[in-house]
Design a protein. Structure first.
Length: 455
């Protein structure tokens, strides 16, 4: 192994340890009800800030969504820049017509919600109001984007991914068809928040570290909701005392799905090319002669840290991350989330779409199958809807299945799904619908099997 200076070792160790503490280690915190819950420090900071700016953060979001819409309209007549070195603001605003319309729609929805004008279906507290209220999802995303985006370079720039990537490759590649470095993305999602995992994955993809297939697999398979949210779901459904078997079921179903989904359509058909169009030369990540996985990973990590000595570059990358999320992702969550919630609240769309699940649920022995069927698909709109709508079901077995499935499905347009669509990760709305349905169909027998053992 090469020799490195003490400053290089510190440059690897200190930011990486700080990144682990902020993004990966849950800490106890007290919620509004006085109960103790565990969440990662980044989420604690985001919640603290969201609480303190709750009264005016919707107005800040209106400004940001308006800037995204106006900026994209200004650039709409300009041809996309095909140069390798695209100016940052060019990349931020020069998007396709579809995404320009999405950003304009998001700004219009935000205006309607804040001033309560136009159809109530848009600004109702269960639709657009749910997303844009002071304690709504977008308020939390505004602050989590700020802290996570600004501090994401701690995980990315100082060798942590290179170090873990070398050690985890023997597990991630054969099991999940992913490089070892993706283990950090998965862990950040599982103990932190699915949004953090998607953002980390998107940045790695943009930096040419993942192929299209790898980025799509990680974004749609490992962007797990946090343990904290899982506790909220099982509490809402009225089965808080079953948390341990419930979360164990979620982990079991999630691992089985992670083994299956990369091997079937549509993820198996994604190209093995990088974002710049170059082909992946080899899927093997062999350790050079004279090294073991630890020494090889350490050398790569120290080389990476040594290349990132500029403090100004750290903050520049961080602020670019933040703007990218605020301008690129927030409008997608607002536009798609509002439309999906309107469909769930005011139409029978999800009830009709859920009808084919009735015989499947009957086959699996799930009581109250007709009531549960629409809950199989309503989670595509918002992750919390199945728990809210399912709390009135009498059968504990059925409520357990609904709660476990709602967390296992992962793809929710009001959060992870919207963020995936707003990111550079190569998935479209049709991909997300197919992945959501496949995850539902495959996970149901697993969850139902556990439920029958418990109840």
């Amino acid at each position: 192994m090469k020799k490195f200076s003490t400053s290089t070792w510190l440059l690897f160790l200190l930011p990486s340890l700080l990144g682990i503490l902020l993004f990966l280690i849950p800490v106890p915190t007290t919620n509004a009800d006085g109960d103790t819950e565990w969440m990662v420090t980044i989420a604690v900071l985001a919640n603290w800030m969201a609480d303190n700016i709750a009264s005016f953060v919707p107005w800040i979001l209106l400004v940001l969504l308006s800037i995204a819409a106006i900026g994209s309209l200004v650039y709409i007549t300009k041809k996309p820049n095909t140069d390798e070195d695209v100016p940052f603001f060019d990349k931020l605003f020069n998007v396709s017509l579809f995404w320009t319309i999405t950003r304009v729609l998001a700004a219009i929805f935000a205006f309607m919600v804040l001033f309560q004008v136009g159809p109530e279906a848009v600004w109702n507290e269960n639709t657009g109001g749910l997303l844009l209220s002071g304690d709504g999802l977008l308020s939390f995303l505004f602050t989590i984007f700020l802290f996570a985006g600004l501090l994401l370079p701690l995980l990315m720039n100082f060798g942590l991914l290179e170090f873990f990537g070398s050690m985890m490759v023997k597990i991630m590649r054969p099991l999940f068809r992913l490089p070892g470095r993706s283990s950090i993305d998965a862990l950040a999602s599982w103990v932190g928040d699915g949004t953090i995992g998607v953002l980390l994955t998107s940045k790695q993809y943009e930096d040419n570290r993942y192929t299209q297939r790898e980025a799509a697999i990680i974004g749609t398979t490992f962007s797990v909701v946090s343990i904290t949210f899982a506790i909220v779901v099982i509490g809402e459904i009225g089965l808080a005392s079953y948390f341990l078997p419930y979360y164990g079921t979620v982990i079991l179903a999630g691992i089985i799905l992670a083994l299956i989904m990369p091997r079937i359509y549509p993820l198996s058909r994604k190209p093995t090319t990088f974002i710049d169009g170059s082909e992946q030369e080899s899927q093997t990540e062999d350790v050079p002669k004279g090294y073991n996985v630890v020494s090889h990973g350490m050398e790569k990590a120290l080389e990476k840290a040594d290349r990132n000595r500029s403090i100004s570059k750290f903050f520049e990358d961080g602020f670019k991350n933040v703007l990218d999320m605020w301008i690129g992702v927030a409008p997608v969550v607002m536009a798609f989330g509002t439309i999906a919630l309107i469909l769930a609240e005011y139409t029978q769309v999800f009830a009709i779409l859920g009808a084919p699940f009735v015989p499947y649920l009957n086959l699996l022995g799930i009581p109250e199958a007709a009531d549960a069927a629409q809950l199989m698909v309503v989670g595509f709109a918002d992750m919390f809807l199945p728990a809210i709508l399912g709390s009135g079901i009498e059968s504990e077995l059925t409520r357990f299945v609904v709660a476990a499935l709602s967390v296992t499905q992962l793809i929710y347009l009001s959060e992870v799904g919207g963020i995936l669509l707003g990111s550079k990760i190569p998935v479209n709305i049709l991909d997300l619908i197919i992945i959501f349905l496949l995850r539902t169909i495959i996970a149901l027998p697993i969850i139902a099997g556990v439920a029958h053992l418990l109840f």
